[in-house]
Design a protein around this ligand. Sequence first.
Ligand SMILES: Cc1ncc(COP(=O)(O)O)c(C=O)c1O
Length: 369
Amino acid sequence: MEFIDLKTQQARIRDKIESRITTVLDHGRYIMGPEIPELEEKLAEYAGTAHCITCASGTDALLLALMALDIQPGDEVVTVPYTWISTAEVISMLKAVPVFVDIQPETFNMDPDQLESAITPRTRAIMPVGIYGQCADMTRINTIAARHSLPVIEDAAQCFGATHRGVKACNQSIFGCTSFFPSKPLGCYGDGGAIFTPDQKLADKLRQIRVHGQKIKHDHPLLGINSRLDTIQAAILLEKLAIFPKECEDRARVGKRYDDMLKGLPGLEIPIIAQDNTSVYAQYTICVQNRDKLSQKMKAQKIPTVAYYTTPLHLQGAFGGLGHHPGDFPVSEQVAARCLSLPMSAYLTPSDQKRIFTALKQAISESHP
Ligand SMILES: Cc1ncc(COP(=O)(O)O)c(C=O)c1O
């Protein structure tokens, strides 16, 4: 069994992907070919935003959004410590300061109750993350941000396709950023990402920054980077996007099946999806005691599991300069010590899930200290 099954999806649409790739090989416009605007239009339509700007990765999507806001050294950007390193890395790359806010124990997303006290006169943006497939409480985060006239950059690398109050991820705030890393709910066959915005001026600026700050050829009014999505990846994504809505439904079904199987199991907490949210279950993540022992026992039964973010960002060496200590963000630390993600994909069958359930039940009974 694979942790994330990408093969079944490929077998389903391989001929279409090959045909799309062949088209790119035939027209030869590997950089910014016609598939790029076609994809951007379709992605914007899917997310419900006015503009989509594709780029080279989810990390770059966040970086480009910060650059579009002219984030300067010493500026503060409020985010969470329980996330993939990219979220805070891009803030530090601009010599700005990531200011962490702890997460909610239920959703593992930014705790809006703790947000306001992290805002200072130096705060320039708020960057919540939609971890494991569901949006943060964007309603409350946007309200607090608006009170302080701060822009919100939604890191939706893991929750593209999910909704909050019926609105799609990436369409919650002034910027929505996502990743097309292969294992993401909508993934390509390499690196890729996108930024979504309702604002025409910011969209124009992002398009410039994505290509070395270039307005027209050899005219660079801004400093930028090289962060274009490859045409071949756009071609692949066009076919994957065509089946993505159905895959999101299937992911929800797989998540529900896990819930139904696991909810009675002692010693285990199943994911909680907030009432206002739907989830795309980028990961199906449970919390357990003796996580590492349990994971080993699952491995022995040939069931792959992964513990993500076992060290929250405030305790990572890369952010040592921020001067944080164990205990600073207790919920993040507790979740980091107990979380375990189970195999997940739109194509996980009921019989696979039954196998996982049986293995998990046995592993839990054997893993008590
Ligand atoms: C929460 C989060 N933010 C940002 C990223 C960065 O995306 P990428 O790997 O495409 O650079 C990821 C990807 O792993 C992620 O999970």
